[in-house]
Design a protein around this ligand. Structure first.
Ligand code: F6P
Length: 371
């Protein structure tokens, strides 16, 4: 019998988190007469003295357009202990958190997060607390859902940045490079690159060479386009090379990507003789108000998550599939990240409109025709 739902926002923030909180509270209280307890600072709020707050419809008034999360979030802490490449959580941490959930009379959890937070959520579900997950990340790299909320807002921001870079690049005959987020996947780079008319898109899924980028710039020069626009995902790699980190991380801290855009600018100046500049878009992609689509998606996810719990399902994630919200096993959603399929129709379209992926063998990445 569920009387009280605990609500957690975990991992990096994304536009739409507050819209989910609002939808969960309104649905839980108004439709089902439940109590909602907000757990602050991600799962960390369940440890020690615990940091929680009751959430009523009055508390969520006006939240729909607000960026960030009123509950706070963490993507580092006691639930994520790093040993080299892998991370785990000691059993003792779960024992403390479960005891605190009991003490707080929390019967079930709605966890809003990416693959890291939802991986932790699975452990709570296994240990007897019914959990439903809500897929969040601007990277859009969570499996089993067509979209995570936050992604399309980040896309709008990256596309606007590309539009703005176009006019200044054209005025100065420069190469302008936009470095966008995307640790393991190139969804933001690919979508914003097509929407923003980039000449070169560099994504982690397709290794690139500096020579191939320089070749594209040279071809544009020959066609009387004296400027070029490159969008690069922070996790993109040169063929045979590795990701570029601004901070390699340690046992307590995750490695921090960054620097690939500046490296490309330097190399491209050398290879083409043209002035090349890099702009790192960074956290501007995560901050601020969600667009209307993300508000809608976040609201739909939040309400559905409560309904799913109340009909007795758990260990599930709400997911977008063909314009409807469905449920998928949390374990399946977290099993593998969703990378850009390099044979997809969108890759083909990008190629058709003259975009280069900077690959040594561009012909290898021609995508599927489908239509
Ligand atoms: O998961 C989203 C993401 O924005 C990544 O693309 C990026 O590498 C990471 O979060 C940055 O996180 P932080 O703000 O903790 O450095």
């Amino acid at each position: 019998m569920i009387r009280t739902i605990g609500l957690i926002t975990g991992g990096g923030d994304a536009p739409g988190l507050n819209a989910v909180i609002r939808a969960v509270v309104k649905t839980a209280v108004s439709e089902y007469g439940l109590r909602v307890v907000g757990i602050e600072d991600g799962f960390e709020g369940l440890l020690g003295e615990t940091h929680t707050r009751p959430l009523t419809p009055a508390d969520v008034r006006g939240l729909l357009p607000r960026g960030g999360t009123i509950l706070g979030t963490r993507n580092r802490g006691q639930f994520v202990v790093r040993t080299g490449e892998t991370s785990s959580t000691p059993d003792e941490i779960y024992r403390v958190a479960l005891a605190n959930l009991k003490r707080l009379d929390i019967d079930a959890l709605v966890v809003v997060g990416g693959e890291g937070s939802l991986g932790i959520a699975i452990e709570f579900d296994k240990r007897g607390i019914p959990v439903v997950g809500v897929p969040k990340t601007i990277d859009n790299d969570l499996g089993c859902t067509e979209l995570t909320f936050g992604f399309t807002t980040a896309l709008d921001i990256a596309t606007e940045a590309l539009d703005r870079l176009h006019t200044t690049a054209a005025s100065h005959d420069r190469v302008m490079i936009l470095e966008v987020m995307g640790r393991h996947t190139g969804w933001i780079a690919l979508h914003s690159g097509i929407a923003g008319g980039a000449d070169v898109i560099l994504i982690p899924e397709i290794p690139f060479t500096m020579e191939s980028i320089a070749q594209k710039i040279h071809e544009r020069d020959l066609c009387d386009s004296q400027f070029s626009i490159i969008v690069v995902a922070e996790g993109a790699k040169e063929a045979g090379g590795l990701e570029v980190y601004q901070d390699p991380g340690d046992r307590a801290h995750a490695p921090r990507l960054g620097g690939i855009g500046n490296r490309i600018a330097q190399e491209i100046e050398g290879l083409t003789g043209k002035e090349a500049r890099c702009v790192v878009l960074g956290h501007l992609q995560r901050g601020g108000t969600p667009n209307s689509f993300d508000r809608l998606l976040a609201t739909n996810y939040g309400s559905c998550a409560v309904r799913v719990l109340m009909r007795g399902e758990h260990g599930k994630m709400v997911a977008l599939h063909a314009a409807d919200i469905i449920t998928v096993p949390l374990a399946r959603a977290c099993a593998n990240i969703k990378t850009v399929p390099t044979d997809s129709q969108l890759i083909r379209t990008a190629r058709d409109v003259g975009i280069s992926f900077g690959a040594a063998d561009e012909a290898k990445y021609h995508g599927q025709e489908i239509c």
